[in-house]
Design a protein around this ligand. Structure first.
Ligand SMILES: NC(=O)c1ccc[n+]([C@@H]2O[C@H](COP(=O)([O-])OP(=O)(O)OC[C@H]3O[C@@H](n4cnc5c(N)ncnc54)[C@H](O)[C@@H]3O)[C@@H](O)[C@H]2O)c1
Ligand SMILES: Cc1cc2c(cc1C)N(C[C@H](O)[C@H](O)[C@H](O)COP(=O)(O)O)c1[nH]c(=O)[nH]c(=O)c1N2
Length: 161
C-alpha cells in the first residue's frame, strides 16, 4: 500500500475551498474546518463532506443529522485555524457572528455561501465518514473573494472586478 506521507504530499497539491461545517440539534452545537467538500449531483441537490471519525465533533454530527457548509471568504483564515482542531467549542463560535438557518444549524456571517443541509446518507471509508448532504436552503453573499487551502497554506482568491 502507498505510504500515508506520499498520499498527503500528493494531496497537498490539490487546491481546495475552505469551509466551516456547523451543526446544532439534540446533541448540541459543533463545528469544524473541512477542505474535503465536493458537489455530488444537482438532482436532488447534494454535496458531500468527509469527516474523520476520530474528531471530537463526530458524535454531535452523527446524532444531529443536519449540517451547514459555510464556505470561507478571503479574510476568514483565522476562523479556519480556530475550527481546525483542539480549541474548545465555545471559543470557536465566540470568534464570529452567526444566525440560525432553516435546519437550525449556525450560518456564518460573512461567508461566501452557506449550504444548509440534511444528512441523507453516510458511507464509512477507512478513517472517515462520507456525509452525503441534501440541500434545504442556500444563502450567498456579495463580493466573491474566496479562500483556498493549497500547499499547506491559505491563499486569497480575488475575483477580478
Ligand atoms: N480530509 C481531511 O481529513 C483533512 C484535510 C486537510 C487537512 N486535514 C487536517 O489538517 C492537518 C494539516 O493538514 P495539511 O494540509 O497542512 O498537511 P498534511 O500533510 O497533513 O495534509 C496534506 C493533504 O492531505 C490530505 N489529508 C490530510 N490528512 C488527511 C486525512 N486524515 N485523511 C484524508 N486526507 C488527509 C488533505 O488533502 C491535506 O490537504 C492534517 O494533519 C489533518 O489533521 C484533514
Ligand atoms: C485547512 C484544514 C482542512 C481540514 C481540516 C483542518 C484544516 C486546518 N480538518 C481537521 C478538522 O478541522 C479537525 O480535525 C476538527 O476541527 C476536529 O478537531 P478536534 O477533534 O475537535 O480537535 C479536516 N477534518 C476532516 O475530518 N475533514 C476535512 O476535510 C478536514 N479538512
Amino acid at each position: 500500500m502507498l505510504e500515508k506521507t506520499l498520499f498527503r504530499d500528493a494531496m497537498s497539491r490539490l487546491g481546495a475551498a475552505v469551509n466551516i461545517i456547523t451543526t446544532d440539534g439534540p446533541a448540541g452545537r459543533a463545528g469544524f474546518t473541512a477542505s474535503a467538500v465536493c458537489s455530488v449531483t444537482d438532482d436532488p441537490p447534494t454535496l458531500l463532506v468527509c469527516l474523520n471519525r476520530q474528531a471530537s465533533v463526530w458524535p454531535v454530527f452523527n446524532e444531529n443529522r443536519h449540517l451547514c457548509v459555510n464556505t470561507l471568504a478571503a479574510d476568514q483564515s483565522e476562523l479556519s485555524t480556530l475550527f481546525g482542531g483542539k480549541t474548545p467549542m465555545e471559543a470557536r463560535f465566540a470568534a464570529a457572528q452567526w444566525r440560525t438557518g432553516t435546519t437550525g444549524c449556525p450560518l456564518l456571517e460573512g461567508a461566501l455561501v452557506s449550504f444548509d443541509c440534511q444528512i441523507s446518507q453516510v458511507v464509512s471509508v477507512g478513517t472517515h465518514d462520507i456525509l452525503f448532504c441534501q440541500l434545504q436552503d442556500v444563502v450567498s453573499a456579495g463580493a466573491p473573494h474566496g479562500l483556498v487551502w493549497f500547499d499547506r497554506r491559505y491563499h486569497p482568491l480575488i475575483s477580478a472586478a
